[in-house]
Write a protein that binds this ligand. Structure first.
Ligand code: C2E
Ligand code: MG
Ligand code: MG
Ligand code: MG
Length: 281
């Protein structure tokens, strides 16, 4: 083998190892600038009380208005943000934005609306995490009881004592905590026992599509378990009336999904909320 061939082989090997494409590299540099350039935007998706048919809450979901690629989904850029160590910064920005916007909605007549904000493991593990949450609430003049923080099982790999201490501090202040994507992580059950969790969010993968008998059995089980533990439960990914009545029959009273609304920009939410309330009362 010639020297040249050896080098080529090595280069190809390396490329395969870290799987960084040129496209990703440019996205990374642009992501660093995106925060400063104010290209990030918070979209919101309604959470609905199934029996009353009214929105009780709203989830903040970040988007990137990329100057060339239109709107990028968090599934595309959050993994990059995590690698680059800027995901905590993004989370905190979303938190501040969501608290301010929710206060605005309260003033506009939706006085009971609860905002849910996703929190990455990286943000949660910051030593000053709880005080940063407090600061966001104070700045927005939002009562802590209108904020819910969504964590996932990724956060549970942190020290149990650290998680418990922070969750307890949040609880004392009146902030609620939900466990997102419930059912997808193998440690979900033990987390529920160990941590003070207010709400379970059943992952959309269990209700999507036709709903296999296995998935239906899992949904049924999670709802029953949540109810017996006095933990509130929200079903994600509800797209049809059939899916809605299925979970309602099992004792789930809260839903989130395209049936009610997709994630939309803040200025469209008022109209959608009003329409929902009008059409069901
Ligand atoms: P998630 O927190 O589980 O949010 C729900 C996701 O399901 C959203 O995707 C939403 O658009 C989607 N969804 C809701 N209802 C339906 C439905 O009826 N059908 C279908 N097919 N999808 C539905 P999105 O907005 O793309 O967000 C993906 C994930 O990115 C989120 O999942 C969350 O884990 C993460 N994420 C979003 N914003 C933030 C953020 O500010 N910080 C952090 N750390 N993570 C975030
Ligand atoms: Mg979530
Ligand atoms: Mg989820
Ligand atoms: Mg999800």
């Amino acid at each position: 083998r010639t020297k040249e061939e050896g080098r080529n082989h090595y280069q190809r090997y390396e490329q395969g190892m870290n799987e960084t494409t040129a496209d990703e590299l440019s996205l990374e540099t642009e992501l660093l600038k995106a925060i400063r350039r104010q290209e990030l935007e918070v979209y919101y998706q309604l959470q609905v009380d199934i029996d009353k048919r009214i929105p009780f809450g709203i989830e903040a979901l970040v988007r990137w208005n990329h100057p060339l690629k239109n709107v990028l989904s968090p599934a595309v850029f959050l993994p990059l943000a995590e690698e680059m160590g800027v995901i905590a910064e993004i989370d905190e920005w979303v938190l501040n934005e969501a608290c301010r916007q929710t206060k605005r909605w309260h003033r506009e007549g939706f006085g009971e609306l609860i905002v849910s904000v996703n929190v990455s493991k990286e943000f949660f593990k910051r030593p000053d995490f709880v005080s940063r949450v407090e600061q966001a609430l104070l700045r927005a003049e939002l009562d802590p009881s209108y904020l819910c923080l969504e964590i996932t099982e990724k956060t549970a790999i942190l020290q149990v004592d650290e998680i418990r201490a922070k969750l307890n501090q949040l609880k004392q202040k009146g902030v609620a905590v939900s466990l997102d994507d419930f059912g997808t992580g193998y440690s979900s059950l033990s987390q529920l026992r160990m941590f003070p969790i207010d709400t379970l969010k059943i992952d959309q993968s269990f209700v999507r599509g036709q709903g296999s008998p296995e998935n239906q059995a899992i949904v049924k089980l999670i709802i029953a378990m949540a109810n017996s533990l006095n933990v509130s439960v929200i079903c994600e990914g509800i797209e049809t009336e059939e899916q809605l009545s299925l979970i309602r029959n099992e004792g789930c009273y809260k839903a989130q999904g395209y049936l009610f609304s997709r994630p939309i920009p803040a200025d469209e939410c008022k109209g959608v909320m009003e329409r929902l309330i009008r059409s069901f009362t």
